[in-house]
Design a protein. Structure first.
Length: 128
């Protein structure tokens, strides 16, 4: 292999490696940034246990089955969704609530940016 070609291959490999690392970081989400994204949710969701607003408290939401916060009147759709709030399901719901749980009464259009969703999910996980 000539020198120029080798340099190009090495550079491409290095770039692939850094972008893979960067992506892994983004997938994990940043709870600090997620706290700011959560400003969009605050009107309807409290983070303290047992405090409901228009929506149920987000305390301990990660890992919990959907529609199970005591004392909150969910839609039938949410109660019977059979969903558990793992990262993947939270991501899908927050991207477009009415698509993932048709007839949900959460009137929020969704978060378009994957990074915003990953960040807010990281933040939700700290609420426990
Ligand atoms: C306009 C008010 C409103 C906004 C804004 C809103 N939500 Fe909701 N959310 C609701 C309501 C109402 C429900 C209950 C839905 C149902 O019963 O179908 C809900 C349900 C949820 C659930 C499922 C709760 C459970 O116990 O199963 C999650 C998770 C959730 N919201 C997260 C969010 C996040 C994160 C944001 C911000 C990105 C957000 N919501 C923005 C009103 C809202």
């Amino acid at each position: 292999m000539n020198k120029v070609k080798f340099a190009a291959v090495a550079l491409a490999a290095a770039m692939a490696l850094t972008s893979a690392t960067a992506m892994a970081d983004r997938d994990a989400g940043d709870a600090e940034k997620g706290k700011k994204v959560f400003n969009k949710c605050k009107a309807c969701h409290d983070i303290r246990a047992g405090k409901k607003k228009i929506g149920p408290s987000m305390f301990g939401i990660a890992g919990r089955p959907a529609g199970t916060v005591e004392g909150f009147r969910y839609s039938e759709a949410m109660k019977s969704s059979g969903v558990t709030w793992n990262d993947d399901n939270l991501d899908k719901y927050l991207e477009k609530p009415i698509k993932f749980v048709p007839k949900t009464k959460m009137s929020f259009p969704g978060l378009n940016k994957k990074n915003d969703r990953a960040d807010v999910i990281a933040y939700l996980k700290t609420l426990k």
